[in-house]
Ligand binder design. Structure first.
Ligand SMILES: Nc1nc2c(ncn2[C@@H]2O[C@H](COP(=O)(O)OP(=O)(O)OP(=O)(O)O)[C@@H](O)[C@H]2O)c(=O)[nH]1
Ligand SMILES: [Mg+2]
Length: 224
């Protein structure tokens, strides 16, 4: 057990080093980096499709997709004209900073104003791995249930933004939105809480507006 704990600690420390290197690199290129985390099927790729449609022509975007198998998600974004690179994790349930570093170092995607990283669909593993992002976004879709923030507290505590997705389904599913809002604000008092639907467009202007504000803040920080 001690050996396992030591190994896990070493892996996470090495990830922190890689993430720090990436963060400094993204500071230099003034790239806002957003790490999207949720269960499989919460609507990460669909949100990205809607985001790209909403922001195209206003800023340069790029996407890194993490999945166990298939290029499907990267292909969905490429179909909209956005550069997208697919990382296949070979079974791992999360992306790590070394994988992102390789994509950036080898220029597999062009430099962008906003880089979206869609993590492997999983509400647990991705939370421990810093990818050099500016912030994490946790997505929770209405059909998953309103008890999830307290059941997966680390994910929601670490997310600067929690996005409730598929709110067009609220009339059909038992889901106490206010209870979820309270759980998230307990776990992350300074976090943003957005209520969205990629199907109807509800909340999308607030989301893309928030991205533009965060990008402007990052660009305004003087280089060392
Ligand atoms: N009703 C409704 N369905 C949605 C919405 N957003 C996504 N979906 C549907 O939810 C399903 C999963 O969406 P994806 O965007 O592929 O989910 P994901 O989080 O990227 O999934 P993984 O990459 O497998 O983790 C698809 O059938 C979408 O059409 C929404 O706002 N409303
Ligand atoms: Mg996806």
């Amino acid at each position: 057990l001690t050996a396992t704990v030591d190994l896990r600690k070493r892996v996470l420390e090495e990830n922190e080093r890689q993430a720090a290197r990436l963060r400094s690199r993204f500071r230099g290129t003034r790239t806002l980096v957003v790490n999207l985390i949720s269960s499989p099927g919460s609507g990460k790729t669909t949100l990205l499709e809607a985001t790209v449609r909403g922001l195209s022509g206003r800023l340069r975007m790029a996407v890194i997709e993490g999945d166990i198998a298939t290029e499907r998600d990267a292909e969905r974004l490429r179909a909209l004209g956005v550069p997208a690179h697919q990382i296949l994790t070979g079974g791992a349930c999360h992306l790590d900073a070394r994988q992102i570093g390789r994509v950036i170092d080898e220029r597999m995607i062009p430099e962008a104003n906003v880089l979206f990283i869609e993590n492997v669909g999983n509400l647990i593993c991705p939370t421990s791995y810093d990818l050099g992002e500016d912030f994490k976004v946790a997505l929770l879709s209405v059909p998953e249930g309103d008890d999830k923030p307290f059941k997966y507290p680390a994910t929601f505590a670490q997310a600067a933004i929690t996005l409730i997705t598929k709110v067009d389904l609220l009339p059909h599913v038992r889901f106490d939105l206010e209870a979820v809002r309270r759980q998230v604000s307990t776990l992350r008092p300074d976090g943003e809480f957005l209520v969205t639907s990629s199907a109807t467009g509800e909340g999308m202007a607030a989301w893309t507006g928030l991205l533009e504000t965060r990008l402007a803040e990052k660009v305004a920080i003087p280089r060392e």
